[in-house]
Design a protein around this ligand. Structure first.
Ligand SMILES: Cc1cc2nc3c(=O)[nH]c(=O)nc-3n(C[C@H](O)[C@H](O)[C@H](O)COP(=O)(O)OP(=O)(O)OC[C@H]3O[C@@H](n4cnc5c(N)ncnc54)[C@H](O)[C@@H]3O)c2cc1C
Length: 428
């Protein structure tokens, strides 16, 4: 029997729009494209392909949005993780690609919300904030770069008192506000897009874990009770799949990261804390981020654990961090606390490419998956249509592989993160 894990108990699951429980696959099907995984990467690819007229079957091991896509901070940020490394390795062509796609994910999401009438509490406005002068300097450089590339009108640099107009805290010494950044209810976004994909002809099966991919002129994906033979396969299982180990194992270590949501604050307190409803993330390597939800809770995320170690008391760890930023929440209750696995490649550059000629994969966007999952969906749909996209660029990137990642990988990454925490503490 195939088991379908329910959504993790989170604020998102508690406020999700109703979505049908799709059947498991018990058949042998054929399609132009078979997709493994029903998060943003899988669902956005499915919708982009269906809009271009391809027949698509999407197989999800649990439920649509069960993975990181239905659990994340909901921040729809600009750009990619690992941009500096990508440019260091590949030079001007990477730089050109990054500027061209800086807000592409946001644009795709906004167009879909509009076209398919998806209700997901989408609100414009994000800010990156700084604790120290080194972080301010890097925000100043980012601002100057944005101005140079024609994005200056959306951005503003603010000092400590200036930032206080947007976030009622003395924790930071300044920040960079990005009016094209946004935040949303990610589970409702992916649920809405899956519905739109189905209306465009995509067949979705849940409780259906892909166990094997056959390569060749007509690749096929296999499950316990069925298969899909296709012209192309997209592997979009992110940190949760164990497929194609020869090519993909040890490149990305699954880190767990955590989120809490308070009780509703009421309009007055919510407006006092974040008057123009910005989504905020700090500039630390191991960062904290927060925003208001549609019903005026503070949703606050942070902390990472490795080696499959879980935090026993998520609220006990995160609430004090939240109250250091907003002492106004001293007496506010935490209603929800949850975690999720986030794929982080060791050099932070997302892993995007081909396992073989017609089998694509994408994973490891770190904290940029809401926007980047959507960009990748377009990239794959274009690549399948034979258009040039950024897939080659990412494939050309050198990644580190940790041998015996299951045993020594976790402790090594934990050591690496201790170094990054030290850098955060020292402001270097
Ligand atoms: C707590 C947390 C906070 C985050 N905050 C943000 C944020 O604020 N902004 C942002 O942009 N990004 C954020 N991220 C990252 C972002 O959520 C991810 O990068 C993004 O959701 C990845 O989407 P995906 O579709 O590639 O993978 P996922 O959403 O993880 O989906 C993968 C899916 O594949 C399925 N699957 C796996 N193996 C198989 C198989 N063999 N067969 C069938 N199905 C399979 C899984 O069940 C899962 O549903 C956060 C992540 C976490 C965990």
């Amino acid at each position: 029997m195939q088991i379908r894990e329910a959504h993790t108990p989170s604020y998102y699951a508690a406020s999700a729009h109703p979505a049908p429980e799709r059947p498991a696959l018990n058949d042998h099907l054929e399609a132009d494209v078979a997709i493994v995984g029903g998060g943003f990467t899988g669902v956005a690819s499915a919708l982009s392909l269906a809009e271009r007229g391809y027949s698509v079957v999407l197989l999800e091991a649990n439920r649509i949005g069960w993975g990181a896509s239905g659990r994340n901070g909901g921040q729809v940020l600009a750009g990619w993780s690992g941009e500096g490394e990508l440019v260091k390795q590949l030079g001007p062509k990477a730089e050109e690609f990054l500027w061209k796609t800086r807000y592409l994910g946001n644009e795709i999401v906004e167009a879909r919300i509009q076209k398919y009438d998806i209700k997901c509490d989408y609100v414009h406005g994000a800010a990156t904030v700084a604790f120290n002068n080194a972080q301010i300097k890097s925000l100043e450089e980012e601002y100057a770069d944005c101005v140079e590339h024609g994005f200056g009108e959306f951005m503003s640099l603010v000092d400590g008192p200036g930032l206080r107009q947007h976030a009622a805290t003395d924790a930071y010494i300044g920040g960079l506000i990005d009016r094209r950044g946004a935040h949303c209810h990610p589970l409702n976004l992916v649920i809405g897009e899956a519905g739109a994909a189905e209306r465009n002809g995509v067949k979705i099966f849940e409780a259906t874990r892909v166990t094997k991919i056959d390569h060749g002129a007509s690749p096929a994906v296999h499950t316990d009770n069925g298969s899909v033979k296709a012209k192309h396969v997209i592997l979009a299982g992110n940190a949760y799949h164990m497929l194609e180990k020869d090519k993909l194992h040890g490149l990305m270590l699954p880190a767990k990261t955590y989120v809490i949501a308070t009780e509703p604050l009421g309009e007055d307190l919510a407006h006092e804390l974040l008057p123009d409803n910005l989504a905020i993330c700090d500039s630390n390597w191991v960062l904290d981020y927060f925003r208001l939800t549609g019903d005026n809770r503070l949703l606050f995320g942070g902390r990472c654990t490795y080696s499959n170690r879980d935090i026993d008391d998520i609220a006990g760890e995160l609430a004090p961090r939240m109250r250091r930023i907003f002492p106004q929440l001293e007496k506010t209750k935490v209603d929800f606390a949850w975690g999720g696995v986030i794929g982080i490649p060791l050099n932070r550059v997302p892993l995007i490419g081909k396992v073989s000629d017609n089998v694509f994969y994408a994973q490891g966007y770190a904290g940029h998956g809401v926007n980047c999952g959507h960009i990748v969906g377009e990239m794959f749909a274009d690549a399948i249509r034979g258009k040039e996209t950024g897939v080659d660029l990412f494939e050309a990137t050198r990644h580190f592989r940790i041998p015996a990642a299951d045993t020594i990988g976790g402790p090594m990454l934990a050591l690496g993160m201790t170094w990054y925490r030290m850098r955060d503490a020292l402001g270097i």
